[in-house]
Write a protein that binds this ligand. Structure first.
Ligand code: CP
Length: 308
């Protein structure tokens, strides 16, 4: 089975059925990573290019591992060691990569909309691995998979997302994803970190983390994105931490069976305390594990099998 679309650019444009297909396909791929020989021949002869204009540990590594576990040829391009440093534009880079006939380009870029532009320029599939403050669809899919595995469902769950909402592509993708699958999403953070359009996305908005996490099944803590802040949106990290960091004291306001997610990388002691990040409610490393399965599913549904 394949998706009817060429690219994965945003959760906002995926249907509920498409999201559910990706999650069930990812579930079926999880066992490949448990095998002694972690490889299937499904994408033999396919070429996948990871083109990253921003640093990444989890996303880039798991896209590469996913490609290799499916027997595709995976090529990593880090812009710091490519002709981008000589001034080559994304358009020229795209045309040159296209000339080598890849089957898929995975793009991370600091500008919102860059993957959409790339998708219009090339015949192969494009997967958005995070574009500016816009979306990070594969992150939201792995988050959905992690929550679905824990609770057996998404519909009816209460999800609290806390932190730097305004700069977070993870928040945007997750708000769309959880809402499409029937969850109720609350957000919490300082007023300076709340985007103006957020209420139109159907979220409940809180300025106190304690209020947002009450009754939540899932708390997703966001990274403070210092690299995307043009002006200081909070006075000091210490003050932010006191008011908004998820620590064991604030966690007392949450349900006893709550689970905690964080997309990584973690600023320990700023948005989350170490005892909570590493504690019994944390599914952070489960998220990372599920990242490989979700990315295998995306490659399979874009390039494997026969098109529906
Ligand atoms: N979650 C995430 O995107 O992490 P990386 O920046 O390490 O890829």
């Amino acid at each position: 089975m394949r998706l009817k679309r060429k690219d994965i650019l945003a959760i906002e444009e995926l249907t509920k059925d498409e999201i559910e297909l990706i999650l069930s396909t990812a579930e079926s791929f999880k066992e490949v990573s448990e095998r002694e020989i972690k490889k299937v021949p499904t994408l033999r002869g396919r070429t996948i290019i990871n083109l990253f204009y921003e640093p990444s540990t989890r996303t880039r590594t798991s896209f590469e591992i996913a490609a290799k576990r499916m027997s595709a040829d995976a090529i990593n391009i880090s812009t710091s060691s490519s002709s981008v440093v000589k001034g080559e534009t994304l358009k020229d880079t795209a045309r040159n990569l296209e000339a080598m006939n890849p089957d898929c380009i995975v793009l991370r870029h600091p500008s919102s909309g860059a993957p959409e532009m790339l998708a219009r320029l090339v015949r192969c599939s494009v997967i958005n691995a995070g574009d500016g403050s816009h979306e990070h669809p594969s992150q939201a899919l792995l988050d959905l998979l992690t929550v679905k595995e824990r609770f057996g469902r998404i519909a009816g769950l209460k999800i609290a997302i806390a932190g730097d909402i305004a700069h977070s592509r993870v928040a945007r993708s997750n708000i769309h994803g959880f809402a499409k699958l029937g969850a109720e999403v609350s957000i919490a953070g300082p007023p300076t970190m709340m985007p103006s359009e957020i209420e139109k996305m159907g979220c409940k908005m809180f300025y106190k983390v304690e209020d947002a996490i009450r009754d939540a099944h899932v708390i997703m803590v966001l990274r403070i994105q210092l690299e995307r802040q043009k002006t200081g949106l909070f006075p000091t990290a210490r003050e932010y931490s006191k008011l908004f960091a998820l620590d064991s004291k604030k966690l007392e306001h949450a349900a006893k069976d709550v689970v905690i997610l964080h997309p990584g990388p973690i600023n320990r002691g700023i948005e989350i305390s170490s005892d909570v990040a590493d504690g019994k409610y944390s599914l952070i490393l489960e998220q990372v594990k599920n990242g490989v399965a979700v990315r295998m599913a995306l490659f399979y549904l874009l390039m494997g099998g026969s098109r529906e």
